[in-house]
Every structure is written in C-alpha cells, then in structure tokens.
Design a protein around this ligand. Structure first.
Ligand code: ZN
Length: 353
C-alpha cells in the first residue's frame, strides 16, 4: 500500500442505550448487512442474551445459528470458521465478554464476513476495536481482527456484569495515559507514525474515567456510570481503528500486563493487570502515578501484586521481561528493559507488594 495512504475502517453504527436488543434486527436490515447470522457467545449468562438476540432475529425473518466458546483459542476459531462456512453466514455476532467477541471478530476477518459486537461486560476496550487477543498464538498480544460494522451496547445488560469486571474496564482505560506517552516517545525516538487525533481520543477516554471516578466508588455502580464507562471503552476502540494499530491504547502498561500473564498464567482480569502496569509505567515516565494509584484504590481496583494473587518474585520477573514481550513496540521500558535490582526498587517505592 502507498505509505501516504492511511486507511481507516470505522463502525457504521454505534448504539448505546437501555433495552435495545429487540432493535438488533432493525439495524441489520437498515444497514443491509445480510440475512444469515451466526452468533458466538460464552457459556455463562451471555448464553441467555445470545438466545434472546437469536429469537428477535428469527422473529424478523432472518436465519440464525448460535455457538458457544469457552476460550479465545485457535481451535475455537477454526471450529467457528467451519460452522460459519457450513451455514454460509454473512454476519458473525459476538455476544458476551472478551472471549466471544474476540473469537467472532477474528473469525470474521479471516472468513470475510461482517462482525457485530454486542458486549455484555465492560471489562476491556475490545468492544469496538479491530483487534483481538487470541490464546495459542506465538505471543500474548493483540492481533488484527475486524472492525465491528455495528456495536450495540445495552447498558441495562452490561450493568448486570460483576462489579469486578466493571472496575477492570476502568483499569484498562487508565492505561491510555502511559500508552499515549509511550507512543509519543516512539515517535520522537524511532520516527514511528504518531496520530495526534487518535492519541487525543484515547487520552480523552482515560480522562473521562478519572473525571467520573467517584461514580464507581459505590457498591452498586449506578447505570449512568456504566454509560460513561461504555462510551469511553468504545472511544478507545475507535482510537485504535483510527490509528490502525493498538498504539493509542496499549504501551508499557500493557506489556507489563502481558508479562504478568506469561509469568503467572493469566492470574487476573486484563484491566486489573493494566491498572497495576499503569502505576509502574507512569512512575517510569515521571508522571503522577500517585494520583492514578489513589483513583484505582478508591474504586476498589487492585494496586498491589498480592491483590491479583501473584508473588513478589513473579512481579519482579514480569517487570524484567515486559520489554521483550513485543520488541518492535518501543516504550519507556527501552530495548533492555528493567533490571532485577530496579524492579525490586520500583516495587518498594510504589508499594506494589
Ligand atoms: Zn487493554
């Protein structure tokens, strides 16, 4: 492709509101997306939502099948791809949290069909982004997938997600502060493409959560807060779509989160790990890590290794290998990363254990 041409694929329609699942068939018809639909959902309560959507689609004369996944793995993607081929699906709908949405959006790209995102939990910014995290690939990082043509975020459904998942979504968004600092650094030091608009949009999503963080302190998080969170997660996803990479949304804090997954085999939710990674990343950037740590702890997000069930040695290990998770992604971790001695000191200064 011509290096001066920057292609941006965005969703055609994004709906955020209450009790909007019954309108899914209308949107599909209005946007002329197709008539044969395969829904991918998880096994938990998302299964029930998938059946609700299926009934609405069938009532409207569309053809619909449902399949369930328990992990976002290559095997599951192969299985879903072959069902999609068999039923000649024109649309794949991901109904659920990370796994169902990741499998649907990755399969959609490989199968050349349209992807619709119907999130049921707000724990990460993959709701509207064209990237998926798939287990079993060489590295635990996000890979290119389809941009959803339609995003339907029912805040009534999403508000029923466990509090922990909601708070994890806030953690994923806090990560944008250091992600954008890392992106700027890579631009200045390595001449990497930097898109100011995408960076600003990602930053806005993080600032938005800080601004409204008091709404997330309550035991029962109000529906207005869910709306703020969902809109911010969608904005972050759109920032990635505009940038054409995960750069605006993923920097050293995500490398640290991925390294924790490698060292301790996915001990916590992605957004929880990103929150802790953000404290370290902001400290390394010389920014106000105390403010972010305070905000995270005020909403009940983990701020220490033991909060996510990992030992001090595991955290030292994660900090020292984080830079090597994705060497082509230049961040404040540099090319050589954090030494063990420095990692010990960071843990002590930031009271990470
Ligand atoms: Zn993330």
């Amino acid at each position: 492709m011509d290096r001066d041409i920057h292609q941006i694929d965005l969703p055609k329609r994004v709906i955020v509101g209450s009790d909007i699942l019954s309108k899914v068939p209308n949107h599909i018809t209005e946007l002329s997306l197709g008539k044969k639909i395969l829904i991918v959902s998880g096994y938990s309560s998302t299964k029930d939502y998938a059946n609700v959507v299926k009934d609405y689609l069938i009532d409207d004369g569309l053809e619909c099948w449902v399949t369930h996944v328990d992990k976002a793995s290559i095997d599951e993607i192969d299985r879903v791809s072959s069902i999609a081929r068999e039923v000649k699906a024109e649309i794949l709908i991901g109904v659920g949290g990370g796994k169902a949405i990741d499998v649907a959006k990755y399969t959609a790209l490989n199968s050349g069909v349209k992807f619709i995102s119907i999130p049921t939990t707000p724990s990460h910014d993959g709701i509207a982004s064209p990237f998926a995290s798939i287990k079993g690939l060489e590295r635990p990082i996000s890979v290119k997938a389809s941009t959803p043509v339609l995003v339907i975020a029912d805040v009534n459904v999403i508000s029923k997600a466990p509090r922990r998942n909601i708070i994890a979504g806030c953690g994923d968004l806090i990560g944008k502060f250091s992600a954008v600092l890392d992106w700027r650094l890579a631009h200045r030091l390595k001449g990497e493409y930097y898109g100011e608009y995408a960076a600003s949009l990602a930053l806005l999503s993080a600032k938005h959560i800080v601004k409204y963080s008091e709404m997330f302190v309550a035991r029962d998080i109000p529906i207005e807060a869910i709306r703020v969170l969902v809109e911010a997660l969608i904005s972050s996803g759109i920032a990635m779509a505009i940038a054409g990479s995960t750069r605006p949304a993923s920097g050293s804090e995500h490398l640290i989160a991925h390294a924790i997954d490698v060292v301790a085999n996915y001990p916590a939710l992605h957004g929880e790990e990103v929150g802790i990674g953000s404290i370290v990343a902001l400290y390394l950037h010389g920014r106000n890590w105390r403010k972010v740590r305070h905000m995270l702890s005020s909403i009940g997000a983990p701020t220490k290794a033991r909060d996510i069930g990992i030992g001090k040695e595991q955290l030292v290990k994660a900090l020292t290998i984080a830079h090597a998770i994705r060497p082509e992604r230049y961040t404040i971790l540099g090319e050589k990363g954090i030494s063990s001695e420095a990692a010990e000191k960071i843990i002590q200064i930031l009271e990470l254990y």
